[in-house]
Write a protein that binds this ligand. Structure first.
Ligand code: NAP
Ligand code: ZN
Length: 350
């Protein structure tokens, strides 16, 4: 028998999110049924609810920073039991046999992973995300939470913002002796600052918001550069080994490429609705610089990130909201007015 869950959904690209009941599948042998306690609000939720990536299936129930408690497990489940805390990130399934899946990089599944919301990209049923009371997920896509239970709300954003910054920082081997730039102090950016600092790098935060300088330093940046000030940008030319760019809007990439040393890399994780202006070839060829991209992270690496954060006492800086505040939260996110992640308390769903 399916499980009815209260949720919030967008019915069209222009309609606000509103209450909507969804059906979850009855847990099969491999499934974990989770009561959702908190769900973070990612900018990708907004891009999707408003069809900014032109692929949204409606009704759309966003939310992929999910933490909660296990309320039932299927007969073949071995790693979770009723009462455990559990997390679910951006994926709930993948093909399991392509080279990327075999290497634990399910986000690059050749056959397309199944998103926690907005479902199988190539047809099939839509999936509904974490803006809801409960979710049923295959055990192999459920994460263990080792943080203290009192921190649970602040752990939720690790499931997307945490892994999306941890994975490229590890892939490009960020550590002691490296000078790293983090661009944008939003949900992803503030996790990038904390994680890069914990990995031992020298961190420079680049922000368009002069009012965020003190926060940047408090969160772990060694330096903060207000990127709208050409003098502050020019003073840092050619100094950085690696830049993680989290900005959710189109902007001139050349301004940041010029900050890289020879052989430095800038990795884009921000996914704006409209493209960035193409960077100048000369920004790349003169110092053999590289421009790259990165998508979330695999399940094994997501568990590694959660354990790393638990060990280093890292959680997100959050503002907890009620479910019915979500439309206002989206407007505030567009104005960069969030410190630094909204997290929905699912108890407010009633
Ligand atoms: P967010 O909380 O809204 O943060 C984005 C930050 O970008 C803002 O706080 C702001 O920082 C900066 N910014 C915004 N507009 C800007 C503009 N016009 N010019 C320069 N800077 C601007 O968003 P988020 O949740 O961190 O997500 C960031 C982006 O990453 C989104 O596009 C999201 O869809 C994408 N994303 C990608 C992945 C992936 O796997 N690659 C995963 C999750 C999210 P300052 O005020 O400091 O300038
Ligand atoms: Zn996300």
């Amino acid at each position: 028998m399916t499980i009815t869950a209260k949720a919030y959904a967008a019915q069209t690209a222009s309609s606000p999110l509103a209450p909507y009941d969804i059906e979850r599948r009855a847990p099969g042998p491999d499934d974990v049924h989770i009561q959702i306690l908190f769900c973070g609000v990612c900018h990708s939720d907004l891009h999707t609810a408003r069809n900014e990536w032109h692929n949204t299936i409606y009704p759309s129930v966003p939310g992929h920073e999910i933490v909660g408690r296990v309320v039932a497990v299927g007969s073949a489940v071995t790693r979770f039991k009723v009462g455990d805390l559990a997390g679910v990130g951006c994926m709930v399934d993948s093909c399991g046999h392509c080279p990327s899946c075999a290497e634990g990089e399910e986000q690059y599944c050749d056959n397309g992973f199944t998103g926690t919301y907005n479902g199988p990209v190539f047809g099939g049923e839509n999936t509904f995300g974490g803006y809801s009371q409960s979710i049923v997920v295959k055990e192999s896509f459920v994460l263990h939470i080792k943080h203290a239970e009192k921190d649970l709300a602040a752990v939720a954003p690790l499931l997307c913002a945490g892994i999306t910054t941890y994975s490229p920082l590890r892939h490009w081997k960020v550590g002691p002796g490296m000078k790293v730039g983090i661009v944008g102090l939003g949900g992803l950016g503030h996790m990038g600052v904390k994680i890069a600092h914990a990995l031992g790098a020298h961190v420079t935060l680049f922000t368009t918001s002069a009012g965020k300088v003190a926060d940047g330093l408090r969160l772990g940046a060694d330096e903060v550069c207000v990127s709208t000030d050409p003098a502050q940008m020019a003073a840092r030319g050619g100094q950085l080994d690696f830049i993680l760019n989290t900005v959710a809007a189109p902007h001139k990439l050349d301004d940041y490429l010029h900050l890289l040393k020879r052989d430095g890399t800038m990795t884009l994780v921000g996914a704006p609705e409209n493209p960035h202006p193409s960077p100048q070839v000369f920004s790349l060829i003169f110092k053999r610089r590289q421009l790259a991209g990165s998508l979330i992270g695999g399940i094994r690496e997501t568990q590694e990130m959660l354990d790393f954060c638990a060990e280093h006492g890292i959680v997100s800086d959050i503002e907890t909201i009620r479910m019915d505040y979500i439309n206002t939260a989206y407007e505030r996110m567009l104005k960069s007015d969030v410190k630094y992640r909204f997290v929905i308390d699912m108890a407010s769903l009633g």
